[in-house]
Design a binder for this molecule. Structure first.
Ligand code: SF4
Ligand code: SF4
Length: 691
């Protein structure tokens, strides 16, 4: 009875302190922005896949396996911990043993996992204290983060020792008293042999010591967690559930801006006030309470593992930006501002802000929006969404974009292209080629199957104009029923959006959608992965619903259907390496189409070490193409070109206008123009076909 009373008191204290700690975090949620959770089915699948099967942690297979075993082990051992609580309250031993074979199996797995987790903790501690793994350090990692990690790992280590001890002394006591053993304990079964001279009393005493050590440590640990990075023990699974389910390339529409843009484009536009979003105080995020609740949830779930920062091209090349810091700063800022918000409400102002005080402009403008961080995060945290919100604030509220980006915005506004280029010149690339115009086709009552979206770079950039010409030759060769918009095409708005100018993006998108819907466009093919992503995933939010293909997908389909056969030895014996564009690869999961096309071209294919979803950005995304890079050790495009050159390839193949510019510049920078060429995949096909 005394044991039950002591246990009850300990449990109540634990639950009381835990509830107090948790509510401190959770009461801040009401100050964040609303965001509805759609696609529940997909979320459940995501949770099973990413949290249950731990698929993302296996991106680093060896240490990933150790982490996954720890997670699965915890899940099994949790059953035993719940039983201990019931035992403690009821005063009985092994209450769940009525489950028979299920119980025996769970106990057996728990016993084995206790040993596995114990070994894993030794490995994790060694990685921190002896090996000093690089990703555990960084400007944002203060000594307290290290102490926190070491303390948590040590507690888990002791928890596993006490669990094995508890099982071992239970077996010993049962053997000495002739009591029937409930459950199976394959590891502890061997450990019993170490205590051959133990008496019944000693076995019972050590069983009790380990039992109490284990359960009290669980109670203590549960109350340390809310103040530790190991809070992710509670937060990571629900975080996966609330995380982004759309393609990584997708950016959610700012509906409050849509209304403004509609009025700008048509002052007579009418709205159903019931369906309109609430008016917002500011565009983008200046402070943590301007972010949505999922952003804040993400920050609470962050384990500070640094996987995101270790793949961030900006960080790798010595820039200040660290996506882990973005998450840690978001959490820290809410911890600082939260109590004031609770006391004084939304009006609370302590003179500090997340943007500028915690995250500097230099950090925010260094991001290429490549999504490598989000791809890498084992619990699906989306760091770029916070960076984007901060950029939106800087651009739309403060007009504080870097000067080159302001020029780019002005060019799009005035000329429909990010460069200074007259709209009327958008068809100059087609000189000497047969390229049908949508307007002409429509005038003849013809409705082409495809709209070929040329894109701003295709229409303007001298190098990429050549690619567009080659692709058009392929379209003509395949006798595809297509047309282009010509001077009616305007910039997709993608770059403006990712640089924070949502207003300009929506103006561009709505203008283009009106033109395309006017021509009853259904299918679009484009060579630009950025425009591909925006038109495929984002235009639908503004009324533009199209089946969009990247030219690599289009060509792959033509090869698969037998319409396109390449019997040429133009590149035979040449080594080709392919660079994955972020918005085709990570953004939309397309890695096979370009590789399948290359397979059809007789040549030697070599992969860069970082390929497919691990591929490093070329450095041009997120508006970087139009501005000077932030200071660092190296430019991103040089780093990526070096990775390509390491393969020994004589051809670096790309499938994006921005990647092409960056890789061409990289080859020039490395003085390799004689030995190494940069081709778009469309050029390789066109040259192979002898077009
Ligand atoms: S999106 Fe890319 S550049 Fe930006 S923080 Fe993430 S990894 Fe770094
Ligand atoms: S955001 Fe994800 S990957 Fe980055 S440190 Fe946090 S948990 Fe790790």
């Amino acid at each position: 009875m005394i044991k039950q009373i002591v246990f009850l008191v300990a449990l109540l204290i634990t639950l009381g302190v835990f509830t107090f700690s948790i509510q401190r975090y959770f009461k801040y949620f009401k100050f964040t922005k609303r965001k509805p959770l759609k696609n529940i089915g997909k979320r459940l699948w995501n949770t099973l896949d990413v949290a249950g099967f731990q698929v993302k942690i296996f991106r680093r297979p060896v240490i990933g396996l150790v982490h996954a075993l720890v997670f699965w082990g915890f899940m099994i051992i949790l059953f035993g911990s719940i039983e201990m609580v019931v035992d403690g309250l009821s005063g009985h031993e092994k209450v769940f043993s009525v489950l028979g074979v299920v119980y025996s199996s769970l106990m057996a797995f728990g016993d084995v996992f206790a040993l596995i987790i114990l070994v894993a903790m030794i490995i994790f501690l060694a990685r921190r204290l002896i090996l000093h793994v690089k990703r555990f350090s960084g400007v944002e990692m203060k000594p307290v983060s290290e102490y926190d990690a070491v303390l948590a790992l040590t507690i888990i280590f002791v928890l596993m020792v006490s669990l094995l001890g508890m099982n071992t002394f239970y077996l010993k006591w049962a053997a000495l008293t002739g009591t029937q053993v409930e459950g199976l304990y394959p590891i502890s079964h061997y450990l019993v042999g170490l205590f051959s001279s133990m008496t019944v009393e000693q076995a019972w005493m050590w069983y009790q010591i380990n039992w109490w050590t284990h359960i009290l440590l669980i109670f203590i640990f549960a109350n340390i967690l809310p103040y530790s990075k190991h809070f992710h023990v509670f937060m990571s699974v629900p975080n996966v559930f609330v995380s982004k389910v759309e393609p990584l390339g997708y950016i959610e529409n700012m509906d409050n801006i849509t209304k403004e843009v509609k009025v700008m484009l048509d002052p007579n536009a009418t709205f159903d006030e019931n369906t309109e979003e609430e008016t917002v105080e500011r565009f983008g995020a200046l402070d943590v309470d301007d972010l949505n609740w999922v952003n804040y949830f993400n920050s609470l779930a962050c384990t500070e593992c640094g996987r995101c920062t270790s793949v961030c091209p900006a960080n790798i090349t010595g820039k200040l930006l660290s996506p882990r810091k973005v998450m840690m700063n978001t959490r820290a800022r809410m911890k600082e501002k939260g109590p004031g918000l609770v006391k004084e409400g939304k009006e609370f102002d302590d003179g500090k802000h997340l943007v500028m005080d915690y995250l500097t402009e230099e950090e925010l403008w260094a991001c290429t929006m490549c999504n490598a961080c989000a791809q890498e995060c084992p619990i699906n945290i989306n760091q770029p969404s916070i960076i984007l919100e901060a950029r939106r604030y800087l651009v739309m509220e403060e007009s504080k974009a870097p000067a080159e980006l302001n020029t780019m915005f002005a060019n799009i506004e005035n000329n429909g292209a990010p460069w200074q280029f007259a709209q009327d010149d958008r068809m100059l690339w087609a000189e000497g080629l047969e390229v049908p115009l949508m307007a002409d086709k429509f005038a003849n009552n013809e409705k082409p199957e495809y709209l070929f979206w040329v894109g701003s770079a295709g229409a303007i950039d001298d190098r990429y104009k050549k690619v567009i010409r080659e692709f058009v030759k392929i379209l003509n060769y395949l006798k595809v029923d297509y047309a282009v918009l010509g001077t009616e095409e305007s910039d997709s708005g993608d770059v403006a959006r990712r640089a924070g100018n949502e207003m300009l993006y929506q103006m561009q998108a709505m203008t283009n959608i009106e033109v395309m819907n006017g021509y009853e466009v259904n299918k679009i093919v484009t060579c630009d992965p950025h425009d591909f992503n925006t038109m495929k995933n984002e235009y639908c939010d503004l009324g533009g619903n199209y089946e969009v293909q990247h030219h690599t997908q289009f060509l792959q389909k033509a090869i698969d259907e037998g319409k396109l056969t390449i019997n040429s030895d133009k590149f035979a014996g040449q080594k080709i390496t392919y660079h994955d564009p972020c918005y085709l690869g990570r953004g939309n999961g397309e890695y096979d189409a370009p590789r399948d096309i290359l397979k059809a071209i007789p040549s030697v294919k070599v992969e860069m070490e970082k390929n497919r979803s691990f591929a490093m950005c070329c450095g041009a995304g997120g508006g970087q193409m139009f501005k000077e890079a932030e200071k660092g050790d190296k430019e991103v495009f040089i780093e990526r070109t070096e990775q390509a050159l390491e393969t020994g390839a004589s051809i670096i193949c790309t499938s994006c206008p921005f990647c092409m510019t960056m890789m061409t510049d990289g080859i020039k920078y490395k003085n390799k123009e004689e030995e190494v060429k940069n081709y778009d995949i469309a050029e390789l096909v066109s040259i192979s076909l002898g077009l």
